[in-house]
Design a protein around this ligand. Structure first.
Ligand code: ASP
Length: 324
């Protein structure tokens, strides 16, 4: 029996076309086109719902929550949901939904690196792959999935690694979950860490600061002045920062604002190892929290959900430190 799949569109290159002289811009025909796409009709009963039609740099955490609410509201009528999205912020939206969605049915994000006007466009193939995965009972209970380039990755691990290539989306540390072949969908592994933060509310005032050599505390000060509830610092290596940031760090911590240390490296976890001023151990002793292997943009999303759920910095600290 054909499965029933809802495709929710949000915009992005997958729904854009080149329109001279404006360049590649959103186009209104995408949702209607999906309804008539013959390859989709062959594999599933498709409904299409337009949530938004924006370039994904316009996506906001609030819009992510509205998308999550929409999925939870509609899912009882479907076997799975596919969400089309721009690639630029796809990993953030997919991770937000991974954390806060109530449903355990297959929820699959897909996108395209090439617009509808380019040679070798990847959108149609990605959509067909995503619908096949969303219709597979094997895809349930694995968290939110991202399908691009015939590969299935977890929203938790995946990242856009290249600004233009069609194989841009990979999970650099942990690898893919599975593949989409013409005859079948194969899952090779499950994510062991399947985290749920049940909340319909989020806190958006969470900042992300990336370290670079010789940096001082100016960005931290600006965050505090603007009322940040928590600040994620993408530190060097195992979680170390320049000592020139330390006086600002101390002031932030005195105000009960959480500081979460993650690494700016491509892969790997932070560890309280170095005891010199600004080293990870030193920072942990000051009261900073070590953020494991999660990358800065996703740690920021997680904190938004955690502050939405728990509200108090103390409870969020307890949650993060008890995970170890
Ligand atoms: N700038 C586009 C967006 O994220 C890129 C894409 O979809 O690939 O909306």
């Amino acid at each position: 029996m054909r499965r029933k799949i809802l495709i929710i569109t949000t915009g992005g290159t997958i729904s854009m076309k080149h329109n001279s002289p404006f360049g590649v811009i959103p186009n209104d025909e995408f949702a209607a086109h999906l309804k008539e796409f013959p390859q989709l009709a062959k594999i599933a009963i498709i409904d299409v719902y337009e949530h938004s039609n924006i370039p994904s740099p316009f996506m906001t955490p609030q819009k992510m929550v509205s998308l999550a609410n929409l999925v939870d509201e509609k899912i009882s009528n479907y076997d799975g949901v596919v969400i089309t999205h721009g690639t630029d912020t796809l990993e953030e939206t997919a991770y937000m939904l991974d954390l806060i969605l109530q449903t355990r049915k297959p929820i699959v994000f897909t996108a395209a690196m090439r617009s509808g006007s380019e040679l070798g466009l990847d959108g149609p193939r990605n959509i067909v792959g995503a619908v096949r995965v969303a219709g597979s009972s094997k895809a349930a209970n694995r968290g939110v999935l991202v399908v691009m380039n015939d590969e299935i990755n977890s929203a938790r691990d995946v990242t856009k690694t290249d600004s233009s290539k069609t194989d841009s989306f990979i999970s650099p540390s942990l690898g893919l979950l599975g593949i989409i072949d013409p005859d079948k969908i194969i899952f090779y592994r499950k994510t062991e860490i399947y985290e749920k933060i049940e909340t319909t509310k989020i806190e958006t005032n969470i900042d992300l600061i990336k370290c670079s050599s010789g940096m001082d505390g100016r960005f931290l000060e600006a965050s505090v002045q603007n009322g940040a509830k928590a600040i994620v610092i993408e530190a060097f290596g195992r979680g170390n920062i320049p000592q020139t940031m330390l006086s600002a760090i101390e002031k932030v911590l005195l105000k009960d604002i959480l500081i979460i240390i993650v690494s700016r490296t491509y892969t790997g976890r932070v560890l309280p190892e170095y005891g010199y001023e600004g080293g990870g151990l030193f920072l942990q002793n000051l009261g900073c929290i070590m953020g494991e292997e999660q990358k800065g943009t996703k740690m920021r999303i997680k904190l938004m959900a955690l502050f939405g759920k728990f509200e108090s910095a103390e409870k969020v600290r307890n949650y993060l430190t008890s995970q170890k």
